[in-house]
Write a protein that binds this ligand. Structure first.
Ligand code: CTP
Ligand code: MG
Length: 234
């Protein structure tokens, strides 16, 4: 049996959300972070969970989140850093040496589903010469390459995906990629970028449904509508 750990990063400041802390904002009556943690708690392929938070939110986590999630899995808290890269690195440090696979997830993505997680872990464990898988959605917009305000290229839309989380990797591969990122001072916006830059092969796992990241207050309404749709049998 291999051991799989979920690292859920929730140590950002939510500046575009306009203050407050978006992972603690209520979505369908529960903090956003509860929804994300529960999906990993319910996923049979996940053994334990590390949650990365700003230190001052630890008491709120215990009071508002931990008591609602109701998972039997170990959930450990660790303090994040000033960038997402630093927060993920802190989470990886908290993983057990016996970890085989790690999934990194944004605490601000509450719509992830445990069935999707299980399917992706199974794919990573069982097949192909790949170092990682990234949940991603095909771009529905036409993407323009722009320099100084002028479009210099309109590449084919088929080649573009929006990278989401979870992003999952063999643990040792991700740990080593993050170690090298720290040595080089590289700050990526996602985990795949950290592995890609050291030559890793990271593939797309097409997200089976809506997996919105809460960025602004309006996103809460969209996520709530999606949860209502799912509750109605969708
Ligand atoms: N994150 C983190 N530590 C940081 C920055 C971000 O753990 N220093 C986490 C966020 O909590 C979030 C995820 O990374 O779950 C994605 O980041 P983003 O959506 O950009 O969240 P924030 O950085 O909090 O928001 P903003 O950029 O609007 O300030
Ligand atoms: Mg940010």
């Amino acid at each position: 049996m291999s051991a799989t750990t979920a690292v859920i990063v929730a140590a950002g400041r939510g500046e575009r959300f306009g203050g407050g802390d978006k992972q603690f904002a209520l979505l369908a009556g529960e903090p956003v972070l509860c929804h994300a943690i529960r999906a990993f708690g319910d996923a049979a392929s996940v053994d334990d969970i590390v949650v990365v938070l700003r230190g001052e939110r630890f008491p709120d986590f215990v009071r508002e989140v931990a008591c609602r999630v109701g998972t039997r899995k170990s959930v450990r808290l660790v303090e994040g850093g000033s960038t997402r890269t630093a927060s993920v690195a802190a989470g990886l440090k908290e993983c057990f040496d016996s970890t085989d696979f790690v999934l990194v997830h944004d605490g601000a993505r509450p719509l992830v589903r445990s069935e999707w997680i299980d399917a992706a872990v199974e794919l990573l464990r069982t097949g192909g010469p790949r170092d990682g898988l990234v949940f991603a959605a095909p771009s529905t917009d036409t993407i323009k390459l722009v320099q100084e305000g002028a479009i210099i290229e309109t590449p084919s839309r088929d080649s573009f995906f929006r990278a989401e989380t979870p992003q999952l990797f063999a643990f040792k591969t991700l740990l080593e990629a993050y170690r090298r990122a720290a040595v080089d001072g590289f700050i990526g916006t996602d985990d795949a970028a950290v592995v890609e830059r050291v030559g890793g092969r990271v593939e797309i796992f097409e997200t089976p449904g809506m997996n919105l990241k809460i960025t602004t207050k309006a996103d809460l309404d969209l996520a709530e509508a999606e949860l209502r749709r799912r509750a109605g049998g969708g």
